[in-house]
Design a protein around this ligand. Sequence first.
Ligand code: GLN
Length: 489
Amino acid sequence: MSDLHLKTLSEIRGLLAERRVSAEEATKACLERIEATEPTIQALLHVSAETALAEARALDAAGPGPERPLWGVPLTVKDCLTAKGLPATAGSRILENFVPFYDATAVARLKAAGAVILGKSNMDEFAMGSSTENSAFHPTRNPWDPERVPGGSSGGSAAAVAACQGFGALGTDTGGSIRQPASFCGIVGLKPTYGRVSRYGLIAYGSSLDQIGPMTRTVEDAARLLQVMAGHDTRDSTSVDEPVPDYLASLSARSDLKGLTIGLPEEYWGEGVDPEVAECCRAAVAQAESLGARIVPVPLKLSEYAVAVYYVIATAEASSNLARFDGVRYGHRDKQAQDLTEMYTRSRTQGFGDEVQRRIILGTYVLSAGYYDAYYRKAAQVRALLRRDFDAAFESCDLIAGPVCPTTAFRVGQMTSDPLQMYLMDIFTISANLAGIPGLSLPCGLGRDSGMPVGLQLMARPFAEDVLLSAANVLERALPKLPQPGGLI
Ligand code: GLN
């Protein structure tokens, strides 16, 4: 077996563009790696070996060109994004047989740039969860230790990238689902600003929070994927018509962190964070300081309400978004029902898993007459205040730093009986979604107790992905490089 799969996206892209490696060779290397590692990690729900090889051969026949910056680069895509002709289940039985006939804009842009889609990655059902154990099909295992979860909901994408099944992946992040699995699997994950990447073709969870973003082995790789995906799309009215900076140029323009101020919110560095996580993150901040960054405390006083606000808003939006899965238009339909209401009820009861049903019920409750003011309206008001907290913080700093998650990857089955405990793990990631700002997870070491990867989270002002990526790139180079994940050897 070749070791091509071990290259970073940027490295393989260079080899491909110079035609030292063919698109077919790169794709085959990934498919072989998938075959070797899937029995252990089960990161994928669907492998499109034949179409991927056919695409790769077509690319080889046409040849590379500057208009195709990802020429021949194999990637995986989270299963809640549509890719023409490939199943899109969103991890749910209700969509088990759904094969979309169009590409999500993000996927279409990657394909237009020459990327090859290897398959669809596993996820918590409808992106609801933090461990990928809520997938209706099977859980995914962490490549560092198969006894542990890869995080979620984009756990399949994270595990696939960490196990070198592809050179990058697309994830989605409603409350941390790119950043937290990236942190658990020792890779880079970027949730862009709300509106930066079109959500057209994304099976919606919480529409005011959802964003699509890159998951890769390096910061530069993430910049390359974002560059291709970002930008206005008339098919998504929430996509923002702002110019897309040249992210790679901003990476080359910065060699240290001089002139940047990094804010540390006391709320992210106090009690409740595992000592091994705090230790790695503190070391990374010290490294940032030695690279020239100024470190200041910043208040984010409302952080303690973020989990409550998120679980009201996200479930409210989910209850409305998931109403379309009624057995009539998409997916699973019960055959035994005697009338329409019974058909709806039985189809949805059979098609949705426990966590999805729990959230639909909660979301319907907080939106119902009599409770709307007490819950939904109140949550929306606190959300506005939380945003103001971030605006105020960004008056005194350029980046905010803290842990991605209070712990490293937990064991499979450890949290499944206690959903509330799992919700509380989202404490540091959900604020960025509520505020709409970009956040990046950067591997910063292995925890001294668990031996599992730890991620540092950096957040920036809206549309400042250039600052975020360029600072993370400098810091990444200075931090110790993680070894290959040990769980697969
Ligand atoms: N863990 C969070 C949830 O369960 C976030 C999920 C996400 O970002 N999609 O809702």
